[in-house]
Design a binder for this molecule. Structure first.
Ligand code: UDP
Length: 327
């Protein structure tokens, strides 16, 4: 089996590539390296370019017998999407349509798509399952939901088989600290907190302390990057057993929410370091609470997350941060 990984040099994509290789599955990567790093996929066939570049896609599909596509290549910052929706609809929606059309030409029908908890908007219940209404409140979530709908329609009309994995908050790093989160600029809470704790950053701003949550800060469900990778391979294996015209969305999360303050406290405890924290205004587009029910992924795909504790997730991310900081 050979899998084309779009965005395979990025944070989630590169952990996926390593995971697939460990299972002896062939991998080809397309990444424009706008946010990814070639050294995170050293030794893997890497086509540097835009995944919606038609010539590039044609070349890759001609040169390799691709069985499935895993699509991680996207813009993913909620705040930026509010200020610059054009980028989000272009990168996330329009380019994915180009991809799907070329996949069809080459009779590649299996796709695992990186979706997001942001499709749910501001949730109406504590634990979000896939039956929860999808009412995204920011352009990032809307652009991802639009792709989900497109995949659903392409599945019915053209026989595409698609799984959408709605991630909650991806975090953590490879257990041997060989790979981890490396965004530039970094916007995600855990790496920012750890950078502040390692001395690479002055401090951390807490975006919003007046939410309707016990400590006033936003609550998120953090999921280990290796558990995400496991879920993708299970999703692909499940897709391969399905007949054509399959479409299904699954949540991926741990069913436990932690506030920004709790994340900071846990990170301080693990690292034993002090931190400058500053209460700041709310960030645009942030819902107060996002916590997943991932029962469907467990029951249907057989997903068994291994690193469910926030402490483990942060400890792995800290080992990676220490390496980056040269500690
Ligand atoms: N956050 C924060 N300070 C930061 C970065 C993030 O308070 O410097 C908050 C953010 O507002 C959200 C939570 O941390 O409530 C998680 O944000 P992140 O960007 O990591 O993930 P998202 O939930 O947006 O996917």
């Amino acid at each position: 089996m050979k899998v084309l990984v779009l965005g395979g040099a990025g944070y989630i994509g590169s952990h996926m590539v390593t995971y697939l290789q460990a299972q002896n599955i062939g991998v080809v990567v397309i990444d424009d390296l706008s946010t990814g790093f070639s050294d995170s996929v050293a030794g893997v066939p890497l086509y540097q370019g835009d995944f919606a570049n038609q010539e590039l896609l044609q070349q890759v599909f001609k040169e390799h017998q691709i069985d499935a596509v895993m699509h991680f290549a996207a813009s993913s910052q909620v705040g930026e999407s509010v200020l610059n929706p054009e980028k989000y609809y272009s990168n996330n929606l329009c380019k994915t349509q180009v991809l799907l059309n070329i996949m069809r030409q080459h009779q590649v029908i299996n796709i695992v798509f990186s979706s997001t908890a942001a499709v749910y908007g501001s949730p109406e219940q504590a634990l979000i399952d896939e039956q929860h209404p999808v009412t995204p409140i920011n352009p990032y979530g809307r652009s991802k939901l639009a792709v989900e709908w497109m995949l659903q329609d392409y599945a019915s009309a053209y026989g595409i088989k698609a799984v959408c994995l709605r991630y909650f908050n991806a975090a953590g790093a490879a257990i041997d600290a060989s790979n981890g989160e490396r965004h530039d600029p970094e916007t995600h809470l855990i790496p920012l907190v750890l950078q502040a704790l390692s001395g690479r950053r002055h401090g951390i701003k807490v975006f919003g302390t007046d939410y309707a949550t016990p400590d006033g800060t936003c609550i998120r469900d953090y999921i280990h990057i290796l558990d995400l990778a496991q879920a993708h391979l299970l999703a692909l294996n499940w897709l391969l057993t399905q007949s054509s015209c399959t479409y299904r969305a699954f949540n991926l999360g741990n069913g436990a929410g932690f506030s920004v303050c709790q994340v900071i406290a846990t990170a301080k405890e693990i690292t034993g370091q002090q931190l400058n924290e500053e209460a700041s205004a709310r960030r645009m587009g942030d819902p107060a609470v996002l916590v997943a029910s991932a029962e469907q992924a467990k029951q249907v795909l057989g997903w068994k997350p291994q690193y469910t504790q926030l402490q483990e997730i942060i400890a792995h991310a800290w080992a990676w941060e220490q390496k980056l900081a040269g500690l």
